[in-house]
Design a protein around this ligand. Structure first.
Ligand code: FES
Length: 370
């Protein structure tokens, strides 16, 4: 994979974020407020790496043979045969409109009716003998039950992207868990503000009393292992068997799960994975604007568990506390008085994330050497 063109940020603006931990500062405000930076991120960090499409078994439910999604800034068509560029080989019209599905066994362009099979090969161009102009196939993989696509088609393999995270998530076998609940949030903050908030618990004593009651905010360690991800673990207090308002589980423990720790992982660019003894929670992020992010929060439980309300109630409350803080940070970032602040000793995971993003802005793809 070649290096990326640099983001519209200057070396001087990124210099602070690239210093070693202890001397580094956060990213500049424009990284969170600029439409040009977000456009660069959509092309390179989202389309140019491996974006999560959600659970593989939900993408093409019964009878659906085509689904159109936008990955970063790239229109993508999903079929039972894989992922393809959702861009007609004639004049570029989208073959299926963003967000739409179809049950047809042919992909027919709405503009001049060029037709393609579900494997991307060309079927016909009405009124012409043109043949052989198929749709580019895009790399698609399923990892622990989630589907990931590389929409530009030129990223290194997914195995290096996930790196050591594959083995850390493996014991929880998320692919065997079932969806218990899903919430959609519309947060008035840049997507990176949300990731940075996820990777530190320095804020927990002030805004998360329920979380601190079941998990000491300064507990745990962060990993430094290969892959385009950041994360670590936190302990459960002695009385707590999971993250819930009273510390009790209302479900069933996952075979193979750690019983005294909760893991928090952020797989670049858009999937946050929280591993609990009895459930897995994910936040899937979709940047809607520099200061606005759509978040799909899902709870997955072992088969047979019918009510995950204890987990949903706990995290919905905690989520909303976080979203309020993130929205306030976003307003602060827009102030002419904002200056990138330093990291405190417990914010090493945030630093690792910020440094990864800053290097990407300079043109170094995450895990480019993998
Ligand atoms: Fe698709 Fe013309 S652009 S058939």
């Amino acid at each position: 994979m070649r290096a990326w063109p640099p983001a519209p940020l200057t070396e001087a603006e990124l210099e602070g974020a690239l210093r070693p931990f202890g001397a580094a500062t956060m990213l500049p405000a424009t990284a969170y407020t600029s439409g040009e930076v977000l456009a660069w991120e959509r092309r390179h960090l989202f389309a140019g790496t491996w974006s999560c499409l959600g659970r593989a078994d939900e993408l093409l439910p019964g009878g659906v043979t085509q689904r159109a999604v936008t990955v970063g800034d790239v229109p993508v068509l999903l079929t039972p045969e894989g992922a393809f560029a959702n861009t007609c080989r004639h004049r570029g019209h989208e073959l299926l409109a963003e967000g739409c599905t179809s049950a047809r066994d042919l992909v027919v362009c709405p503009y001049h009716a060029w037709a393609y099979r579900l494997d991307g090969t060309m079927r016909a161009a009405p009124g012409s003998a043109i043949r052989g102009l198929g749709l580019p196939a895009l790399p698609l993989t399923v990892w622990h039950g989630w589907a990931f696509v590389n929409a530009t088609g030129d990223a290194p393999p997914f195995a290096g992207h996930a790196g050591a995270l594959t083995a850390l998530v493996g014991p929880y076998a998320p692919e065997r868990l079932t969806l218990a609940a899903r919430h959609e949030y519309d947060v008035r903050a840049n997507w990176k503000v949300i990731v940075e908030n996820y990777h530190e618990c320095y804020h927990c004593p002030l805004i998360h009393p329920e979380l601190c009651a079941v998990s000491p905010p300064s507990s745990g360690d962060n990993y430094e292992l290969p892959g385009a991800w950041v994360g670590g673990s936190m302990d459960l207090r002695e009385h707590a068997e999971t993250m819930s308002l009273d510390g009790r589980s209302g479900g069933a423990f996952i075979p193979g799960a750690e019983r005294r720790r909760v893991h928090y992982f952020g797989l670049l660019p858009d999937l946050l994975i929280s591993l609990h003894p009895d459930y897995v929670m994910t936040h899937r992020l979709r940047p809607l604007a520099p200061g606005r992010t759509g978040i799909e929060c899902s709870w997955y439980v072992p088969a047979g568990v019918t009510d995950a309300g204890y987990a949903v109630e706990f995290w919905d409350r905690t989520n909303r506390q976080d979203w309020a803080a993130c929205a306030s940070v976003q307003r602060g970032l827009a102030s002419p008085h904002f200056r990138p602040g330093p990291f405190t000793p417990g914010e090493d995971a945030v630093h690792r994330w910020v440094r990864t993003v800053a290097l990407a802005y300079r043109g170094e793809p995450p895990v480019s050497g993998a």
